[in-house]
Design a protein around this ligand. Structure first.
Ligand code: ADP
Ligand code: ZN
Ligand code: ZN
Length: 698
């Protein structure tokens, strides 16, 4: 009888509010699911996504309490059901509110635009974009075989291809084939960090025309992000090239998803909804019937395990490209036994000699040390004082350049004291070394060395400290590419993705710590990093025969380095998987972490333990859920390995399950339990809690 329409709208609600993120409104306008609307929310006027059009007034509140929609952003096509399903699944799987996930998946500027402003943007936008495919090089046999296997199957595919084997060329050809079959089709190309891969952007644009491609990553201005998003949403942009956030791009004609360097931890979001863009890529591909290509020279053990033979339960098809393009060879791996070096030596005599030789021949070298600053800690030998951070359970790092002590966790920065703050001893000394010191040390060791042109050796450092300013990384990389640098020192930042054609020697200065880390993924990360780093050497085929990867280690016989020496990822993966199987760790089992932050460690742990007890009680009371308690292990709360950051104490509780489904069920119940427990007065000291499903760091 009324002309009103009742709708459910996804709005941005606080993450842990009781509201699941859907609110009911009344609309004087006819609207469809997926449309964007402006609605009143408290005292504000916010953007929302119409999630459902209801048949009748909502039953959970009096019709008089339902507020009216303020306006509809018509002119914009509704977000399609696949997109909504992806958002809904992500919210559910990663335990966040639907509204939060939906709204954070949209470009920020969309939230602030009025109807008129949006109409103007759309008008400018409304042009078909030209795609001109330029033919690529003739394919290698391996590349052709891989593309044929893709054409014959449905995927998901895991492309296991060496660095320099031509994986990127496979992505481009897969896109070309997709466009040849359907000129309106869209492809999503995901990369871990777009700033590290400007070359890829160039290659994609060169192949398909600049107009066909839009980028999506956090380094763009809000206006650029909106523009790219609108082009993808309208179907005009054929290729979206982006970081993890791009998995939520609205792409109505999505027909192909590529995840480059699929093992990279950057695909896991570390705040808000802690989603894995790689895992969502597989989900989205299945949802839209689009083939998914995951690719890496060192796949994640998750994907490797999933791509075991189908007879053994594998669900991905593994594709192989073992050879480098052309006559390029992988570098020779050399292990230096540091137990045979002078005590406290940073660089072995052999490595110094090798660096000298390369510099004298005019070649480039790269040294990796995963610690920035000058020294990780300052120490007073008289009283034992160390440069602890007063707000964190960490040491402040000594930065010699500006003589500061900086906490890398909370940012606390102070000038280095002239004398020990405890006892007044003037002789406080650095312990350990970071990239700053390595750079200085190298300068001293190689001061006498001459380049072929007679000039002195040029050393450069690239890490988070040298690249803070906008454009700094690009200009530093450019000087490496153009040959203005002989030795590049840096953190893992420089190991990934760059196509440094002149580098012939890469050295890992001190990789051992990862061998004995408490995080079971540390060896996997180290192996990937070293293989990546090795992939930086000898990319120029003419030099690849003499290129080398050096590893300085106190454990030269370690299986990880044995496998590295043979460039044998499958051997490494097999031994890691055997260990994971024996210990029932992922990918054999599935994990989630429940974390609580509070002013005291006791308060943080108390919430987690109370939640665990309440959950166990609730699950065992109901016959329908009793077996979940047997299946899924709930461990007692423990302090996180970084226990205190910025005066906040952090604790975590691990959940482990043989199946994803079991884990999901338990998390669902846990969510309700947590709201109850949290509201009890004894837990009011808790600042926040959060759930991390499939955590990447334990
Ligand atoms: P990856 O992504 O596996 O590291 P790329 O696709 O970047 O490898 O290929 C490595 C190099 O070989 C690049 O310079 C690329 O242009 C070149 N390349 C790739 N495929 C071919 C091919 N079929 N013929 C000639 N050169 C190729
Ligand atoms: Zn002292
Ligand atoms: Zn701190």
């Amino acid at each position: 009888m009324s002309t009103h329409h009742w709708i459910d709208v996804a709005v941005q609600t606080p993450a842990h509010s009781q509201v699941g993120g859907l609110l009911s409104y009344r609309s004087p306008f006819l609207v469809q699911a997926g449309q964007l609307v402006r609605v009143p929310f408290g005292k504000r006027d916010v953007l929302g996504v119409v999630w459902a059009v209801l048949d009748s007034a909502p039953s959970n509140m009096p019709a008089s309490a339902v507020r009216d929609v303020l306006g509809v952003l018509d002119g914009l096509a509704p977000l399609d059901p696949n997109w909504r399903q992806l958002v809904q699944f992500s919210a559910q799987y990663y335990q966040r509110s639907l509204g939060e996930v939906a709204l954070s998946a949209l470009p920020p500027q969309l939230r602030d635009l009025t109807h008129e402003q949006l109409a103007r943007r759309l008008k400018k936008q409304n042009t078909e974009r030209a795609v001109q495919t330029t033919p690529g090089p003739a394919l290698s046999d391996e590349q052709r075989h891989v593309l044929d296997q893709m054409a014959a199957g449905t995927g998901p595919f895991l492309l296991f291809g060496s660095t320099g084997s031509g994986k990127t060329e496979v992505y481009l050809q897969a896109v070309a084939r997709m466009l040849a079959a359907d000129p309106q089709a869209q492809a999503l190309l995901m990369v871990p960090e777009i700033n590290l891969t400007p070359q890829l952007e160039e290659r994609v644009q060169a192949r398909f025309g600049a107009d066909a491609v839009v980028s999506m990553h956090s380094g763009m201005t809000p206006a650029q992000r909106l523009k790219g998003w609108l082009a993808a949403h309208a179907g005009h942009a054929r290729i979206v090239l982006g970081t993890r956030m791009a998995i939520f791009a609205s792409m109505p004609n999505l027909k192909l998803i590529v995840v480059d360097e699929e093992h990279d931890p950057s695909y896991k979001q570390q705040e808000g909804a802690r989603y894995s863009a790689r895992d969502l890529a597989v989900y989205r591909g299945r949802l839209q019937n689009a083939p998914v290509l995951l690719a890496s020279a060192t796949p994640s053990l998750e994907s490797w395990h999933l791509s075991r033979p189908a007879e053994e339960g594998g669900r991905y098809l593994r594709l192989h490209m073992p050879s480098r393009i052309g006559t390029g060879q992988l570098p020779k791996v050399r292990r230096v036994d540091m137990t045979k070096q002078a005590r406290h030596a940073v660089l072995s005599t052999q490595l110094v000699a090798a660096l000298q030789e390369r510099v004298e021949r005019g070649e480039q070298c790269m040294l990796l040390l995963n610690r920035r600053g000058y020294a990780p800690v300052l120490h007073c030998a008289d009283c034992g004082w160390k440069s602890e951070c007063k707000h964190c359970s960490a040491f402040r790092v000594f930065h010699k350049i500006d003589r500061t002590l900086r906490c890398h966790h909370c940012g606390l920065t102070e000038r280095v004291p002239r004398a020990c703050p405890e006892c007044g001893n003037a002789d406080i000394a650095p312990i350990g070394r970071g990239t700053e010191q390595l750079e200085e040390h190298l300068g001293e060791l190689l001061a006498h060395v001459k380049r072929p042109d007679g000039g002195p050796v040029r050393i450069a450092r690239i890490d988070a400290d040298t690249t803070r300013l906008k454009g700094a990384l690009e200009s530093q990389l450019a000087s490496v590419h153009s040959g203005e640098v002989d030795i590049l020192v840096g953190t893992q930042m420089i190991a990934k993705g760059h196509d440094f054609r002149r580098i012939t020697l890469v050295a890992a200065v001190n990789p051992d710590t990862a061998l004995f880390s408490s995080d079971f993924r540390a060896p996997e990360r180290l192996f990937a990093l070293l293989m990546q780093a090795a992939g930086r050497a000898g990319r120029d085929a003419a030099q690849s025969a003499t290129s080398e990867m050096w590893v300085q280690t106190f454990h030269p016989q370690h299986a990880l380095f044995e496998a590295l020496k043979k460039h044998d990822y499958p051997a490494f993966a097999a031994s890691e998987l055997a260990e994971r199987t024996a210990a029932d760790l992922p990918p054999i089992s599935h994990q989630a972490l429940l974390r609580a932050d509070a002013r005291t460690q006791e308060a943080a742990q108390a919430l987690l333990n109370a939640a665990r007890e309440a959950l166990e009680l609730q699950l065992s009371a109901d016959p329908a859920t009793a077996d979940l308690v047997m299946q899924v292990s709930l461990y007692p709360a423990v302090p996180m390995s970084m226990q205190r950051v910025a005066d906040v104490e952090r604790a975590q509780m691990l959940l482990e399950s043989p199946t994803r489904m079991g884990l999901q069920k338990v998390l669902w119940h846990l969510h309700g339990v947590l709201h109850q427990v949290r509201s009890q007065p004894e837990h009011k000291g808790v600042i926040r809690w959060l759930v991390d499903v499939d955590p990447q760091a334990i």
